[in-house]
Design a protein around this ligand. Structure first.
Ligand code: TYD
Length: 203
């Protein structure tokens, strides 16, 4: 019998929206459905990808270099982790994916969307997330939630993060079937419950 394909779920949002707090809640909700879960993140997710992540978060580089390294990390994650898992029926939960490249590298850094379109065609013409959960929060509120030791992205100015947020919301408006936008200004337990219900009823 042919193996049923798994699902590919991604998490997005501006820095400080509270994504990390809810990851264990989403993971548990997926396991409650009896699904075999694989968790990963971008940039990172593989041994090589985590090295690339450290460069991306800390080292000065050109905008195109940043874009290419995001996709280098993504390519490794796709071939080593994401595709094999989904093909063998597992559910993959990935903390950020290509939508972050549209939001941060294109909107945030004011680069043409076509650059990322081109890299998508090169790196993953075959796969896109089945569901993307966006943690939406106004950037003033989000920046208050960030601790010290800001990385290269977190330390960008407020207007950068506003463009990032607007791009996520635009993506969600363009393709409402794929996106689930969560108002991240609500209390943690309210958000957790929304997510549990969404995952329980979705496949
Ligand atoms: P994240 O893991 O959410 O940060 P943290 O561990 O601090 O919660 O994401 C790391 C940063 O990488 C985040 O600021 C967004 C950025 N990023 C991009 O700019 N482009 C991308 O394609 C991806 C995947 C992430």
């Amino acid at each position: 019998m042919e193996q049923e394909r798994g699902r590919f779920i991604t998490l997005e949002g501006v820095d400080g929206a509270g994504k990390s707090t809810q990851i264990p809640v989403i993971a548990e909700a997926i396991q409650q459905k009896g699904k075999n879960l694989v968790m990963t993140r971008e940039p990172g997710g593989t041994e090589l990808g985590e090295k690339i992540r450290s460069l991306l978060l800390n080292d000065p580089m050109s905008v195109k270099c940043e874009m290419l390294l995001m996709f280098a990390s993504r390519e490794q994650n796709l071939s080593e982790v994401i595709r094999p898992a989904v093909e063998s029926g597992k559910w993959v939960l990935c903390d950020r994916f290509t939508d972050a490249s549209y939001a941060y590298q294109c909107a945030g850094r004011m680069q043409p969307k076509e650059y990322v379109d081109t890299l998508v065609r090169f790196v993953h013409p075959d796969i896109e997330p089945d569901l993307t959960i966006i943690f939406d929060l106004n950037v003033e509120e989000a920046s208050k939630r960030l601790g010290n030791n800001a990385d290269r992205f977190e330390s960008e100015e407020i207007s950068f993060h506003k463009r990032v947020r607007e791009e996520y919301l635009r993506l969600a408006r363009e393709n409402p079937n794929r996106y689930f936008v969560v108002d991240a200004s609500q209390p943690i337990e309210v958000i957790s419950e929304l997510l549990r219900r969404k995952i329980a009823s979705w496949d």
